[in-house]
Design a protein around this ligand. Structure first.
Ligand code: INI
Length: 153
């Protein structure tokens, strides 16, 4: 039996992080959690490229551009879509997720979705480091594990 399991060693793993400015109160905490997790896993901040975009709908294109760069091994896309803040919650949530999934398959580079979709700002903040973990940190772990697993395939 061949069993492949990626490890969580981020040393030498070059990550692109694209982060939405919309709901920055939340996304800056997700970004901080992502960077902290990356360093905790042995990554060097010099191996990170961070790009800010206006909102979650802009994440897929920049994620794709980053994923196409030969010097980048994986991408993390950070956003926060909050139902209370928009009448087109479903559009923003669905289109951003679908765009990231397409970019990942089109490029063959792991693109991890760290877009929170919640009913309230409070729920989003809980998932950005206050009470229910930090989805930015989780996403970095997923990205590193994917890079390591793909390296074995
Ligand atoms: N973008 C978000 O990232 N989160 C939101 O909750 C949101 N709301 O509420 O509308 C949002 N909208 C902006 C959108 O992502 C684009 O930036 C904008 O439509 C310009 O294309």
């Amino acid at each position: 039996m061949l069993e492949i399991k990626g490890n969580l060693n981020a040393k030498g793993v070059r990550l692109g992080i694209v982060v939405s400015r919309f709901n920055e109160l939340v996304t800056k905490e997700l970004l901080a959690g992502a960077i902290e997790a990356y360093k905790r896993l042995g990554g060097d901040e010099a191996d990170l490229v961070v790009v800010w975009v206006p909102g979650s709908l802009e994440l897929p294109l920049v994620a794709k551009k980053l994923a196409e760069r030969p010097d980048i091994h994986a991408v993390v896309a950070i956003g926060a879509v909050i139902r209370g803040a928009t009448y087109h919650f479903e559009v923003v949530a669905n289109q951003s997720a679908a765009g990231l999934a397409k970019a990942q398959l089109d490029t063959g580079t792991p693109i991890v979705n760290a877009i929170l979709t919640t009913d309230t700002l409070e729920r989003a903040l809980e998932r950005a480091g206050t009470k229910a973990g930090n989805k930015g940190a989780d996403a970095v772990m997923a990205a590193v594990e994917m890079v390591r697993a793909l390296g074995e395939l």
